[in-house]
Design a protein around this ligand. Sequence first.
Ligand code: PEP
Ligand code: MG
Length: 305
Amino acid sequence: ERDAALVEAEQPAVTLDGRTITVLANVGSVQDAMDARGADGSGLVRTEVLFGEWRVAPTVEEQVGAFRAIAAAFGGKPITIRTWDIGGDKPLAFLPQEREANPFLGERGIRVFRRRPELLRDQLKAICQVAAETPVQVMFPMITTAEEVAWARTELAALKPPPGLKVGIMVEVPAAALRIATLAEGLDFVSIGTNDLTQYTTASDRGNSQVAVLADGLDPAVLQLIDRVVRGVPDGVEVAVCGDLASDPAAAVVLAGLGVHELSAVGPQVPTIKARLRQTNLEDAATLAAAALTLPSASAVRDQL
Ligand code: PEP
Ligand code: MG
């Protein structure tokens, strides 16, 4: 019986009107990858979680070993490796940061590596090495400006990446969503991080339960930014969502309706999300999503679902 469930989970998620939605898994360990039954690959490998316990920075070879193990756990399906996303609530022992008054608005993600490019370079070397063996995408977190994208891409280009390596950015800062057409020029994909995008759009700490009602990814203001990204990317640039919103079956339908055809959820939710999408008519979802954009609040959107 379990095998039958797995066989079903592994089938692609095809909507009632015949559109395939890719359903991937977010992982921070090899175990997470093994728990992601039926996923079409990984839409987010959180490297700062993978090496979260390390006291010294992992070498290129150590990173290659970890990335290879994750790719193998996904049976060689594509994996999306996010470069170190530290800062905010995620410290790394081997990369101490100065105290900041507002860590979530401080040196986070890509911002950290302008001062420590050698750590990013080692990681990119490992990513390039694994990308020569198995399908890999690389993405940069906390991108705010086109200049940051250009810098990151220059760092990567210097390593002569294998031609199959796809390159993307996370869209989790409202400014990035608003100027997506310029930021995404020449990229293969963008992946919307709804956890941070919601936090920054609603000015509500994602970890503070007192403001959890405000920090709801179904807030129409957040949905409008997602809509803007889907419509604003240059032709040929894939749009994914890897924030927790993609793990909520009802929200996954809204995202698909907005035109997001790649969702990356927490591993154990993958079969549920796939099953829900198989019962969805994408045209109906688009109507629902368009209506959600005009509603006054996240709770109004939830009521409508
Ligand atoms: C996000 O911000 O939605 C995201 C996926 O990244 P993280 O949760 O790791 O910040
Ligand atoms: Mg984030």
